[in-house]
Design a protein around this ligand. Sequence first.
Ligand SMILES: Cc1cc2nc3c(=O)[nH]c(=O)nc-3n(C[C@H](O)[C@H](O)[C@H](O)COP(=O)(O)OP(=O)(O)OC[C@H]3O[C@@H](n4cnc5c(N)ncnc54)[C@H](O)[C@@H]3O)c2cc1C
Length: 400
Amino acid sequence: MDLRSEYPFWLLDKGIIHSYPSLQNDIRTDVVIMGAGISGALAAWHLCNAGFKTVVVDKRHVGMGSTAASTALLQYEIDVPLRELIEKRGEKDAVRSYLLCLKAIDDLENICGQWAEAGFNRRPSLQFASYKKDVAALKQEYTLRKQCGIDLQWLDKNAINDKFGFEKDAALLSSDAAEVKAYSLTHALLHRCRQLGVEVYDHTAISHFGENQRGVHLVTDEGKKIKARKLVIACGYESAQFIPQKVQTLHSTYAIVSEAGNTDHFWYRNALIWETARPYLYLRTTGDNRVLIGGRDDDFSSPYLRDRALPTKAKALEHAFRRLFPAIHFRTDFQWAGTFASTRDGLPYIGSLPGKPHTYFALGLGGNGITFSIIAAQIITRLALGLQDDDARLFGFERG
Ligand SMILES: Cc1cc2nc3c(=O)[nH]c(=O)nc-3n(C[C@H](O)[C@H](O)[C@H](O)COP(=O)(O)OP(=O)(O)OC[C@H]3O[C@@H](n4cnc5c(N)ncnc54)[C@H](O)[C@@H]3O)c2cc1C
């Protein structure tokens, strides 16, 4: 599957941070993880710290799938607003899902907050009403989120203007969000995992796998065999081929990043910014004083159409930025496109398929893919330890 256009900013910026050998012999381990993107790296980190002998294999180089393209905003706010999620999943599960995302940001800070290369920065998050007609629903969202203890403020027109300098009727300003460099973080995690004894293999494609009562067995495209007690499938959007039911819908998404400026202050606390419209526009800043804008998604997932649309989409994103912040100089330095998956309820799929208890999926689908990857790593580790996990039910395949 062609997951992204060739040159996402992060990859050009950092290049191949580490490369690993391919697997050249048969091996046995406790847990094997298929996929060395952010989901596989976080799973490896949690599993090795829980005492499992862990092996990670990837058919590409580490982090070269969707992770290299990720704009990496970390938000507890999922693509489906809380009020809609309550309708779809009931109040208890919807609120728990939001609170787990909130906690995931703190948990990631605890893991990598001190690793400069991971680029983890706490930020507030602003969601503005794209149109006057969205204000009432946003107010309802504010009340519901407040009721479950989320720290946020209601901003009216004047407050938005004071803090951000643009004209919108209303917005929610949440205290808890962050930004990260997903590609660098993935490398940092796996590099440290290696120091803890995890084996990492690049260019090792799994061509088939299965499980029996004792565990799992995998075969690489070069015929090497891996036996393990547990398998974690962290193949991102390419995981769908291993799941009998349809769990994801693919889209195309676009991002641009400006040339580096000579200020590190762009707007109020360099908050993450997004909106109520669907598809939504979103903005963040980077540690080297750039502004990053993403969105203008399309419903198709053809890589040809996606990459062909990129120059037009880049112009549209630039235009959208200038309408919001006419006073901030913006010249596009890099532009890229990626395939992107959503689910019906905006939540990820985590856990096993019926009858396959040794194979876990870590599928962080949706706009909060990275936040979901943290939750997936935690749930899968608890399941692998044989512990009861009440949250696993929220993201299981049984929900259809
Ligand atoms: C443009 C863009 C912007 C985004 N912005 C955000 C954002 O702001 N915030 C956020 O939280 N999320 C965002 N996402 C989503 C997020 O990036 C993804 O959820 C995340 O990167 C997925 O990571 P992953 O490790 O699951 O998948 P990937 O990074 O795709 O990794 C999966 C790996 O599995 C490997 N693999 C596949 N099949 C096999 C096989 N048979 N054998 C061995 N290896 C295999 C692949 O080579 C790949 O390296 C964005 C995505 C895109 C494209």
